[in-house]
Design a protein around this ligand. Structure first.
Ligand code: SAH
Length: 237
């Protein structure tokens, strides 16, 4: 069952659930109108976006808006990203079955669930303990048991499970934390919104060279994200 994080068959969004799941039709429409139309093509990412029940990751009062084309408030001044941005970031990571992924900024746990659909193991770090606890609870209820939620400061990454085949940062800051570059496997990608607080940021993709310590870097699109908050002295100017 894809709810357990097993990557779905390429290009197959599965049979219609027996008994009728009204959210299923809303997710199909979301993928067609918001995500495919804007150019996301990776079949595994599209299947993941059709599979993960986004309405179960938002506060119950907002469940009716869960498939709208925008971010939503999840408490503690934080947001669950717009569905298209989640899909575009996941596609840009270029991860697949067998891969281990690190996410900074668990928030609701939704992006972590999407990552678990396309990759094999997900570590995700959240600095707000209450958000980490509720995300872990939602993920466990949906049997995403290959997602590991950690409370902490993502500036330092999560070294026990490094290196990662992909790292995605879902909060934005002026620069990429050096520890994250160090925890990325050769030839793999890190995706992060880069820019100053309150400004429009650039969604940057940084790919580690295979045979030296260099990186290639390019921009995907302008985005707005909640700030990367850290007390680490090494993050200072
Ligand atoms: N990926 C989330 C979106 C989360 S919003 C989702 O799918 O819902 C960004 C999150 O990053 C917030 O929950 C915020 O508390 C967290 N965050 C900000 N700075 C952080 C840091 N230094 N380490 C870990 N998490 C951080």
């Amino acid at each position: 069952m894809s709810g357990q994080g097993v990557p779905p068959a390429q290009g197959d969004d599965g049979p219609r659930p027996a008994g009728g799941d009204p959210a299923w039709a809303r997710r199909r429409a979301m993928v067609a109108e918001q995500i495919e139309r804007r150019g996301v093509r990776d079949p595994a990412v599209l299947a993941a976006m059709r599979t993960v029940p986004r309405h179960l990751f938002v506060p119950p009062a907002l469940a009716g808006q869960a498939y709208d084309d925008r971010p939503l408030a999840i408490g503690h001044d934080q947001t669950i990203s717009q569905p298209y941005v989640v899909a575009a970031m996941t596609e840009a990571l270029a991860v697949g079955a067998g891969d281990r992924v690190l996410e900074i900024g668990t928030g609701s746990g939704y992006q972590a669930a999407v990552l678990a659909e396309v990759a094999s193991e997900v570590h995700t770090i959240e600095r707000v303990p209450e958000l980490a606890a509720s995300a872990a609870e939602h993920l466990a209820r949906l049997r995403y048991d290959r997602v590991h939620v950690h409370v902490g400061d993502g500036w330092l990454g999560w070294s026990p499970a490094a290196p990662y085949d992909g790292i995605v940062v879902t909060c934005g800051g002026p620069r990429v934390p050096p520890a994250l570059e160090a925890q990325l496997a050769p030839g793999r990608r890190l995706v992060m919104p880069v820019g100053g607080e309150g400004e429009v940021m650039e969604l940057r993709v940084r790919e580690r060279h295979l045979h030296d310590d260099g990186f290639d870097e390019w921009s995907l699109m302008p985005v707005r994200f909640v700030p990367f908050v850290t007390d680490e002295p090494s993050a200072g100017p």
